[in-house]
Design a protein around this ligand. Structure first.
Ligand code: 8GT
Length: 141
């Protein structure tokens, strides 16, 4: 008998927010207790069943930062193969409706000038997001 093993890779879609405010961009430091501890990311999270990208994003930002956002622009996705799963990061440029952020998951947040974003230790997938964001900014000039 011939047996075959079919490896099924989990694909996880993760909308994330590039939040702009007064010319700066919000970066979130992941909790020491999570995967990729203390690395930096754009807030967001895994899509749940029957959600659109935008619905996931609004829900995750409420959960993580307790704040409402307006979505300005969807940017090209970045994919990251993590071996057992593939992450599809879906970045959105966003604005804040109010400035009262309460952190529920992140160690800390920083507001950075766009050109200073690469100075942080980002999760690998975010390097593609930062590039997409720089392309977006260049297109606006
Ligand atoms: N929110 C967010 N997640 C990111 C970014 N970059 C990146 O690789 N990810 C990965 O996408 C997944 C998002 O999951 P999550 O935020 O809902 O929850 P989590 O960290 O507990 O997930 P995990 O424990 O499965 O890794 C994580 O594995 C996270 O490491 C990013 O910029 N923002």
């Amino acid at each position: 008998m011939v047996e075959s093993i079919v490896a099924v890779k989990i694909v996880v879609r993760v909308p994330c927010a590039i939040i702009e405010h007064n010319g700066k961009v919000l970066a979130g430091q992941r909790s020491a207790a999570l995967s990729f501890p203390l690395q930096w990311e754009f807030p967001g999270g895994k899509q749940e069943e029957n959600e659109t990208d935008e619905e996931t994003l609004v829900r995750e930002i409420r959960e993580e930062l307790d704040v409402e956002i307006d979505i300005v622009q969807k940017l090209p996705v970045t994919t990251k193969d993590q071996g057992w799963r593939e992450i599809i990061l879906v970045p959105f440029v966003c604005n804040l409706r109010s400035y009262n952020i309460t952190l529920t998951e992140h160690e800390q947040i920083l507001w950075l000038e766009p050109q200073d974003l690469p100075s942080l230790d980002w999760t690998e997938a975010d390097l593609g997001v930062i590039k997409s964001y720089f392309d977006y900014l260049a297109g606006k000039r």
